[in-house]
Design a protein around this ligand. Sequence first.
Ligand code: OSB
Ligand code: MG
Length: 382
Amino acid sequence: MTLRPSPTAALEGLPVPKLGHIDLVTVKLPFVAPFGTSVYTWTDKEAMLMRIESGGVTAWSECVSDPDPFYFYETNETARHIIKDFLLPLVEPGIALGELEARFRRVRGHGMAKATVENGLLILIALQRGVPLHELLGRPARTIMSGLSIGLKETPADLVAAVERAVARKYHRVKMKVKKGQDVEWVRAVRLRFPGLRLMVDANGDYSLADIDRLRELDAFDLMMIEQPLSYSDIYEHALLQKEMKTAICLDESIHGLADAATAVALGACRVINVKQGRVGGLLESMRIASFCAERGVDVWSGGMDETGIGRAVNIHLQTAEGFTLPGDTSETSNYFDEDIADPPVVLDADGSIRIPGGPGLGVSVVAERILERAIRWERLR
Ligand code: OSB
Ligand code: MG
């Protein structure tokens, strides 16, 4: 196999800028509707944001953790602790980002905390250079595919109605959450109404191998993939399951970095990987995973964590990278919030695609009054 050049070599050489004040600002935004999954139902978004000042420029990044550890082990409070007490002390102006990543590796896990810092620095550098983030990442602009993640609903009729709204908006694919006992009949209801829809399901780890007959019933519905059917911490049993299923398995929770992706691909545990830049430690590791998968014919898409406009914009820029072959969980702002903290909101084009917001950095501006209105905690770290 001919080795492709590393997608991140140039980025690893970027020097960390001199930094001024750094703040952690937690905001709480009500969701337009509760978001139900097999692990928890969230009614609002509590997002910890990092604000970095440097030479008159202000960069914002977003930590994708929740206040609770129900999707992932990190929480806003563990991320605060790790950022404040272990990561920021390693950030030294002038060292290369690759050196910073190497220092961060001594802290085991805590990818969401690491991503908050690394992404913040990349956004800051892009702003200082006056270039869009995707350009700093070395990627040309392109339109991004859209995808909607629909939470668990009260009735199949509610679910079908939500899918109807997604189809009307021209989403490029629809994902529906499932859990044990709320699966086959619910998928059937959607399939009967929309036989040709690009449709997939996400179980957030609700099944075990004992449920294999149930899971195999899903093979009848021509799903694009089934996301994380088995435990959040498993890779091996997914390989056993994939051998018994026609439908592609996609791993989300199990993949914390490139090494996990390599294990999953080697074992045949999945044919698709959901890369959440937060969960894997930031933009650089995300690009490494996507390139690794592209070389091996494994599809990759960008997940979402119901982010505010800041994290949502990061996910959009990331999807310009090589290897993001499928529509991700990138949907319109109005799916989550009546009013976001950043402008402009994400709105789909007539064909369902998403344009990268123009301008330096993320291309979105954080609205100070809305941050002040929504802030539930503000801590100056330096
Ligand atoms: O499993 O992909 C998931 C949201 C929160 C936690 C986990 C997941 C999700 C989603 C929604 O599916 C993604 C989004 O719309 O941002
Ligand atoms: Mg998922």
